[in-house]
Design a protein around this ligand. Structure first.
Ligand SMILES: NC(=O)C1=CN([C@@H]2O[C@H](COP(=O)(O)OP(=O)(O)OC[C@H]3O[C@@H](n4cnc5c(N)ncnc54)[C@H](OP(=O)(O)O)[C@@H]3O)[C@@H](O)[C@H]2O)C=CC1
Ligand SMILES: CC(=O)N[C@@H](CCC(=O)OP(=O)(O)O)C(=O)O
Length: 309
């Protein structure tokens, strides 16, 4: 039996990539909508009614509207937007967050995909806070560089037209929309300082968290930080922790483009405890479309279980 999937916002940056990932799959049937009616409430409601799962690749307001439109229908939702990420009625779509998170996603009606920067920051920090190595109130700084597709059609147009500078730093006012989900799912009591930037490359990103280990309680070493992360992600299909022996190779934000993978490096000087944790991922892969398909696959597993029962 095929699963019927409606991608609401299919013509956008995230939607197109999800479509590319699903179009050739024999177990998926895409529910199509007339492109001219893509913002028409009745046409979208009919598409929701025809689908088993809908993936929302829309601005926040349109995503909320989609949830209202489909509330009384038998359709499960994956939302790529920021609208529902810290809503307790939604499962957070990072299956590697904890041992039971994948099961939560499998059975949820509503799944909220993490943001691209958040995926990197949470992957780096949440296991360390949970292990008690980084206190919840520790002063955390997060620096990141993203490819310009992270800004959707608008930013892509700026770079395509040559109007954008080679790189820029933004959101320095500390109100970036990913901060609430980073605080929530890392288990932090204190808002980090977050400094994102964009470079003149289409996709890929690196998220960096510097740590002075001497500021952490106890006598935490770089090896302990690496071991805690390696233990947390042991057996994960899409998150790898690089060997600690590699301290010299360049870290390249575009290295995982086209994949649904995320790679963690623990770099620094073990002697002085000046360490930087780095996550590399494709903002359109594990940071958006790849993650949505990973969550869809978990949810389809639920359908398969139900059909087999
Ligand atoms: N790009 C990225 O790296 C990531 C994006 N996201 C999130 O995914 C969502 C989509 O982002 P992205 O793909 O980048 O954005 P885009 O701007 O590239 O695409 C958004 C799409 O939604 C459509 N749309 C807008 N309003 C409506 C509406 N009311 N009804 C139906 N369709 C509508 C747009 O159509 P039209 O152009 O015709 O207006 C467009 O096709 C956003 O919430 C974004 O924050 C999440 C993770 C990463
Ligand atoms: C480069 C760029 O502009 N990036 C976007 C975040 C991309 C992303 O993850 O978007 P969602 O949170 O909507 O999922 C930004 O900083 O707003």
């Amino acid at each position: 039996m095929t699963t019927k999937v409606f991608i609401d916002g299919e013509a956008g940056t995230t939607g197109l990539q999800i479509r590319d990932r699903l179009i050739r799959r024999a177990d998926i049937e895409l529910v199509q909508i007339d492109p001219d009616l893509r913002k028409d409430a009745d046409a979208r409601k009919a598409a929701f009614a025809a689908a088993d799962v809908a993936i929302l690749c829309l601005p926040d307001a349109a995503a909320k509207e989609a949830v209202a439109l489909s509330a009384d229908l038998d359709v499960r939702i994956i939302d790529a937007s920021t609208a529902h990420r810290v809503n307790p009625d939604w499962a957070f779509g990072l299956p590697e967050l904890s041992p039971d998170q994948a099961d939560r996603i499998k059975t949820a009606r509503y799944v909220a995909n993490p943001g691209c920067y958040s995926t990197g920051a949470i992957a780096l920090l949440a296991p360390l806070v949970k292990a008690g190595l980084v206190p919840a109130d520790h002063p955390i700084s997060i620096n990141a560089i993203s490819g310009y597709t992270g800004g959707g059609k608008g930013l892509i147009a700026d770079f395509d037209s040559g109007e954008a500078p080679a790189a820029f730093i933004y959101a320095t006012g500390q109100t970036h929309k990913h901060l609430p989900e980073i605080v929530e799912y890392c288990g932090l009591d204190r808002m980090p300082i977050f400094v994102p930037s964009v470079g003149n490359f289409a996709q890929g990103m690196a998220v960096q968290i510097p740590l002075h280990l001497s500021d952490l309680p106890g006598d935490v070493g770089m090896g302990q930080i690496h071991a805690a992360l390696a233990r947390h992600y042991e057996g994960a299909d899409h998150i790898r922790v690089c060997p600690i022996e590699d301290q010299d190779s360049r870290i390249v934000p575009t290295a995982l483009n086209g994949s649904n993978d995320l790679e963690i490096s623990v770099r620094g000087d073990a002697e002085t405890g000046r360490v930087v944790l780095i996550a590399v991922l494709d903002n359109l892969g594990k940071g958006a479309s790849g993650a949505a398909v990973q969550n869809l696959d978990l949810m389809i597993g639920t359908f398969a279980d139900r059909d087999a029962a």
